[in-house]
Design a protein around this ligand. Sequence first.
Ligand SMILES: Nc1ncnc2c1ncn2[C@@H]1O[C@H](COP(=O)(O)OP(=O)(O)OP(=O)(O)O)[C@@H](O)[C@H]1O
Ligand SMILES: [Mg+2]
Length: 557
Amino acid sequence: MKQKALLKLTSVRKSSKVPSASDEAGESMKGCENSSNCLQAVIDSLEDELMVIDRDYHIIEANNAVLVRHRKRRHEVIGKYCYDISHGLPELCCPPHHECPIMAVWETGKPAQVTHIHVYHADGEERERYVDIIASPITDSQGNVIAVTELMRDVTEAKEMELKVAEAHQNLLALNTIATVVSQSLDLDTILGSALDKTLEIMKANIGGILLLDEERQMLCYRVHRGLSNKYVGEMCLRLGEGIAGRVAQTGEAILAEDISMDPRAARPDLIATEELRAFASVPLRSKEKVLGVINIASHEARKFSSEDVQLLDSIAAQIAIAVENARLHQEVQRKEEIRGELLREIFSIQEEERRRIARELHDETSQVLASLTANLEAVSGMLPDSADKTRTILRKAQALSVSILDEIHRLIYELRPSLLDDLGLVAATRWLADISLRQAGIAVNFRTVGQERRLPSQLEATLFRVIQEGVHNIARHAHAKNAGLSLHFKKSTIRVHIKDDGRGFDVEEAISSKDRPRGLGLLGMKERVELVNGTLSIRSRPGGGGTEISIEIPLN
Ligand SMILES: Nc1ncnc2c1ncn2[C@@H]1O[C@H](COP(=O)(O)OP(=O)(O)OP(=O)(O)O)[C@@H](O)[C@H]1O
Ligand SMILES: [Mg+2]
């Protein structure tokens, strides 16, 4: 039925005079006074191009959109080969450029769809349009395919949008890759090296480098590079404003050169010529309005960078700049951390020296004087006549007092710097400490050593002694414990110390972050001392009677 109507339409057309394409559109729209007129009007009103093609690839019907598209009159189209009208080809369309869907319909009897890229000229320019072509069979009453309708829809806009979305997606992926790469390290050279590699991969280039600005010298020098000679990299250090990269760093604006070897702005044309550089893109690494350096991408062939390339490079450069800033901040923190460590080491060593000096003075002077005072009191009381009982009693009391002061001074001397530590080492000094500070305070102590006891470097022994001393003092002062445990575990390459009590426990976080200074520096001091010798310290405590356990581990090499 459908086929009959179309064929009839064709014969009607063939006999009529040939009007212009637009006349024909108007004419066919005149009315639907009979069904074939009406059908023609509908077909001509379509924006999509519609043709009916016979077995010999002749066009036997074409709607108005076809005539308008090809700027032809009906008689210039009807009876012509479809490949001639559509593509200006002298023979059948063939892949890869023009896959013919009509052939597929003849072969299978089923509809077929392809997308063609049609090249056309407009405003003196060669342009492309994407056309979706759906070819469908027209069959006779026996089901034989006798013609094919070809419906062509211009999908250029949708295709361009699709390409833009794909490109945006690609760019996002690229940025994501850069972000991932630069966030994997805080080491500046590692970050820059990986970022440059990824950027070159994304930009499909194999030459490039990142130059950082030395603020003091106001010079830009290569920090990482690929595909450039050492001579080029060594000599291409630019002042701000000098050459292309220098200008980029000064203005904060990217510069793209299709062929840098011809660019008068380039510095050191001799080096550029030896390196055979052509296309060159230089983009600033900007962070918070400050230019930190530039990233350069180049190739041996001339190349026009698109605005999309520049946008992508700009976004990549922004990511790299943030990473550079972070790495520098990290370096700064590390440097300050090192200085702090040095200062602490110095303070601890001065403190240790000062304690040693006070201990020596107390021993050599104060305790000597007190010892002779005690001896004198003894002598005087021996000289008193038997009748002077009262005086003797007073003298004996004074003597006992001076003995107890002497004891206290000896304890103080030991606390300040136990000679045991220097003479017999950490184990003896710690055992003495546990005795004097815990047992005498009524706390039972389980002291033990594991592994092969040995002397350690004196600075390390002093550090450990001070840390243990603070832990032991805290038990005596704060824990309200009945039992305490102290163990030294000598391993081959580390020493481990455990200080335990079954006292009331406390909130460690709160104690360490307490603003109630100067108290509460004991735990922080322990931590600092241990970290200065590359050790670790952990405190586990359960407030409400759960006790406290401090573990320290220090490497011995
Ligand atoms: N073994 C412990 N048992 C219970 N509480 C403890 C223990 N060790 C520390 N604490 C609690 O943690 C707080 C902080 O201890 P830290 O040693 O830092 O300071 P401090 O002993 O109060 O003062 P100092 O600076 O003289 O050492 C203590 O005040 C105490 O409340
Ligand atoms: Mg303390």
